[in-house]
Design a binder for this molecule. Structure first.
Ligand SMILES: [Zn+2]
Ligand SMILES: [Zn+2]
Length: 366
């Protein structure tokens, strides 16, 4: 059903951006569902209207195509997202649940307006998660090809070993948090441009636990988290390429009452002047003299497994490529190959005797 966003905000089609903002603020204030006489449906409608008209680009779109361009129901939605998932769940505390909100276009603006009220939808608590940590690991070329175990040294927030993350000195009892009366949440009153808004946040004194220790842990001062130097063995698998990032779950920063972040291992592979990597293929080059090129012979080719004999057939041209099977990078399906490109070296210093012989050969193409 097409909606008249101008009518919803009670303004005319020629309303300025300032008029729209004013109208939105006053209506949002009036119908805010946390207020007596609030109206969640109406509030939602006002928000939807302002999301579109408050954005000059979307407003132009709306003026041309109407609200069908935004509700996600009709085809030709130019933004590929609707506002359909916006739901007001009347939780036990009458809180709001924005988890069903899809798209997120312009959502930041709303977040700014209502501050902390989004954190505690319907009285449910979000699980805290620690930050990820990134470490850089430098590997020699060969180690990256064959894989290697590396010790990674880290100083990071870790669950306190003395109290096991509880924050209480061992043997100390827990007592009800004075700050929140054991509820774990606090109602804070914020003054915003919409007026005074009450929102519920995790109690900062007990981190939402509702209890605090009688004697805080002497190691972490009750936080349950201590910065510690740790060392972690990281297995770099065979076939690792430069720039790869491995994620080690749960080895990032610990956080009280939540799950630790991840450790991101960023691999940098050093160069080897003898080899280049091309997926599972190793590329190298070998120099041969023109006698070897003309008559054929055997050369020692460098591989990651050491030197191997490579037969050069008679009549080999410069730039010819030879395949050494199974001398490449390990993969799930076995090792790749090595490709050796032959360079024919033309002599630059000749003895009188050599010069005479070559002249006698008189090898010309034309
Ligand atoms: Zn502790
Ligand atoms: Zn508390």
């Amino acid at each position: 059903m097409p909606k008249d966003y101008y009518k919803i905000l009670g303004v005319g089609k020629s309303a300025s951006a300032e008029d729209l903002k004013k109208a939105f603020r006053s209506l949002a204030h009036k119908y805010h569902p946390d207020k007596p006489g609030g109206d969640a449906e109406k509030f939602k409608e006002i928000n939807e209207a302002y999301q579109v008209l408050g954005d000059p680009q979307k407003r132009t779109q709306y003026d041309q195509f109407g609200s069908g361009a935004f509700d996600g129901s009709g085809g030709g939605n130019p933004f590929g997202q609707g506002f359909g998932g916006f739901s007001a769940a009347g939780g036990p505390a009458g809180g709001w649940d924005f988890s069903g909100f899809q798209g997120g276009a312009g959502f930041e603006d709303l977040g700014d307006l209502f501050g902390g009220m989004f954190g505690f939808g319907g009285g449910r608590r979000q699980t805290a998660r620690g930050n990820d940590i990134q470490v850089d690991v430098e590997l020699p070329f060969r180690d990256a090809v064959f894989g290697v175990d590396r010790e990674v040294a880290l100083t990071k927030p870790t669950t306190c070993a003395r109290c096991g993350g509880v924050g209480a000195e061992p043997g100390s009892k827990m007592k009800t948090c004075q700050e929140c009366g054991g509820k774990g949440v606090k109602t804070v009153t914020q003054r915003t441009m919409l007026g005074t808004i009450q929102s519920r946040v995790a109690c900062p004194a007990c981190d939402g636990e509702g209890e605090v220790p009688e004697t805080p842990c002497t190691e972490c001062h009750g936080s349950g988290i201590a910065r510690r130097k740790t060392s972690l063995a990281v297995t770099i698998p065979p076939g690792t390429d430069d720039g790869v990032v491995y994620r080690v779950r749960g080895e990032g920063e610990a956080v009280r009452g939540g799950q630790a972040g991840d450790l991101l291992v960023h691999v940098h592979v050093g160069r080897d002047p003898r080899f280049a990597r091309d997926g599972s293929t190793i590329r190298s080059s070998a120099k041969i003299g023109f006698t070897q090129a003309a008559l054929g012979g055997t050369i020692d080719a460098e591989t990651l497994d050491g030197k191997v004999e490579l037969k050069i057939p008679a009549g080999t041209q410069g730039g010819a490529q030879f395949r050494l099977r199974g001398k490449g990078v390990p993969t799930r399906h076995g090792r790749g190959d090595q490709i050796v490109t032959v360079e024919v070296v033309t002599p630059t210093k000749l003895t009188k005797e050599q010069r005479a012989l070559i002249e006698k050969l008189d090898l010309r193409e034309e």
